[in-house]
Design a protein around this ligand. Structure first.
Ligand code: AMP
Length: 508
């Protein structure tokens, strides 16, 4: 079966591929107009990826696929677009962008015709031995169509010697290390699966007779589906066309390590993650911040939107009034996704404006969720001073981001992380604040409801703050020890590697 592909700009990025991470996945089986349902679900996940969107559907005979750069609404809002995606099963993907070319060949779901039939896959996460596996596969003759690490899974499934598709899929995943929440479609049904540590989120719901999988519960809300449960770490859930659901745990039951940064920043505040309201967790982080790092000030101001819940928590805990001192334009996307530092700087200015009448003459406490490169904080502090703020005390609702993420949250290489280069005092001087403080790692754990972070096997993946990575990082160590790496590196020189990873582009 060949998918009918309506790709609009094929192979936009023939060079300059870079890693892009953190995406959203959605899948539905047993729904009339599955593609329309998927488009709605993706719409609710748009915050997880704004570079590109794709949907693949199956009508019982054929797979159909449509992928495009830009937002979900730009690609899937018309009846005409959705009419090209018939069937009662569909999977979709939104993709995050950082820098570099658009890379439509990496836009998911990826699709392949395997010996056993069609195979479509949507992936959120990052495979930390993808380069290693890819080199081995290429050496054996595999020809890759994309630079996405996800394609490695397809090749591993294709070359597995197990008889059934499911066994081949499990066989493939046993070779894969890192983070993956996957939604897969075959001509037998849908499979959803979460990596053994459950690093990236994946939930399951129902609407009528249809079964739904999504990165976050907000995607269930938008289609009127009932939240059923989270897919367990290491769990694989199969759903047939007759609605039969089978759950297996092929990877045993290692201790879960979900990503704590989903709570800090990535998930929408109206989502429920690990059984906790993301909004409540963010408020609780703000409360912890107020306890740990009070400041003598007149008002608490959030950096919208990411700092809002923590600022409410900080204000309530400290008794300092919450005020909107920065007004956000809703017509500019996340600043972080702008390709270059120049564009990032100007979009901070386009996105935020000081509420001068409020700020002038005040001592303010500014709250944001995180400092990565420092671009946002520097601009915002300056903006507050230009608006007449007397003192600017910056409080950050996460510990310093000191380490790169290899599991699907886009953080730049370490050298670009402000906290990897400077201590808190130097960061304060860099952003030109009167004071700067971050919530402690223990405070963050208390906010997610855990009294004590376990020293040996922490309850979350917090590697971006602590550097304690919960899996081996084969591609990183092979780069650190070049003698370990393969001679016939298939990636050409233009495929820059950030953070030690070298699969040219990630489409998680
Ligand atoms: P920066 O300006 O580089 O310091 O980035 C910090 C801002 O980007 C914060 O206001 C966050 O809300 C946001 N942010 C933090 N981490 C990420 C990420 N992985 N992807 C996108 N945005 C992020």
């Amino acid at each position: 079966m060949t998918p009918t592909d309506f790709v609009q700009h094929p192979y936009l990025d023939t060079d300059g591929d870079k890693l892009r991470e953190e995406c959203g996945v959605f899948g539905v089986i047993g729904a009339r107009d599955a593609a329309a349902v998927t488009a709605l679900g993706l719409h609710a996940l748009q915050h997880r990826g704004q570079e590109a969107a794709g949907i693949t559907s199956f009508d019982g005979t054929e797979f159909y696929s449509r992928r495009g750069t830009g937002h979900v609404a730009e690609n899937f809002s018309t009846g005409e677009a959705l009419a090209q995606l018939p069937g009662e099963m569909a999977a979709g993907h939104v993709r995050y962008s950082t820098t570099g070319g658009a890379g439509l060949r990496n836009v998911q779901p990826l699709y392949a015709d395997l010996a056993s039939g069609g195979f479509a896959i949507a992936h959120n996460g990052n495979i930390s031995n993808a380069m290693h596996l890819r080199a081995e596969l290429v050496r054996k003759g595999a020809i890759f169509q994309s630079t996405s690490d996800t394609e490695v899974i397809i090749h591993l499934v294709a070359t597995s010697r197990y008889p059934t598709m499911l066994d081949r899929f499990v066989d493939a995943l046993r070779l894969v290390e890192g983070a993956y929440s996957l939604v897969v479609m075959t001509n037998k049904g849908m499979v959803a699966c979460r990596d053994p540590l459950g690093i990236r989120p994946l939930v399951m719901g129902r609407v009528g007779d249809a079964v739904v999988f999504a990165s976050e519960t907000v995607a269930l809300d938008i289609i009127g589906a009932e939240f059923e449960r989270e897919i367990e770490p290491g769990e694989l859930v199969e759903v047939d066309f007759d609605g039969t659901i089978r759950s297996t745990r092929p990877f045993g039951r290692p201790s879960a390590r979900p990503c704590i940064f989903e709570h800090v920043y990535f998930s929408r505040p109206d989502s429920i993650s690990d059984g906790r309201s993301v909004y409540s967790v963010r408020k609780a982080i703000g409360e912890q911040l107020a306890i740990e790092s009070p400041a003598d000030a007149d008002i608490v101001i959030p950096v919208p939107d990411s700092g809002v819940p923590a600022a409410i928590g900080y204000a309530q805990q400290s008794g300092v009034p919450f005020e909107l001192g920065i007004i956000r334009s809703h017509y500019v996307g996340r600043t972080f996704i702008q390709p270059s530092d120049g564009q990032r700087n100007s979009s901070v200015a386009r996105k935020h404006n000081a509420n001068r009448a409020l700020v002038a003459g005040k001592r303010i406490i500014l709250i944001d969720d995180s400092i990565v490169r420092g671009t946002t904080s520097l601009k915002i502090v300056q903006m507050m001073r230009d608006a007449g703020a007397r003192e600017v005390h910056m409080r950050i609702a996460s510990p310093p981001t000191m380490h790169s993420c290899f599991y699907g949250v886009d953080t730049p290489e370490r050298s670009k992380l402000l906290a990897a280069r400077m201590d808190v005092q130097a960061m304060q001087e860099f952003i030109q604040a009167d004071s700067l403080a971050f919530v402690s790692i223990d405070g963050l754990y208390r906010a997610v409801g855990i009294e004590q972070r376990k020293a040996t096997c922490p309850q979350y993946c917090d590697a971006c703050f602590t550097g304690e990575y919960p899996t081996t990082l084969t591609d990183v160590s092979e780069r650190v020890n070049p003698q370990l790496s393969f001679a016939d590196n298939t990636l050409n020189g233009s495929e820059k590697t950030t953070r030690g990873k070298s699969v040219g582009e990630k489409a998680a």
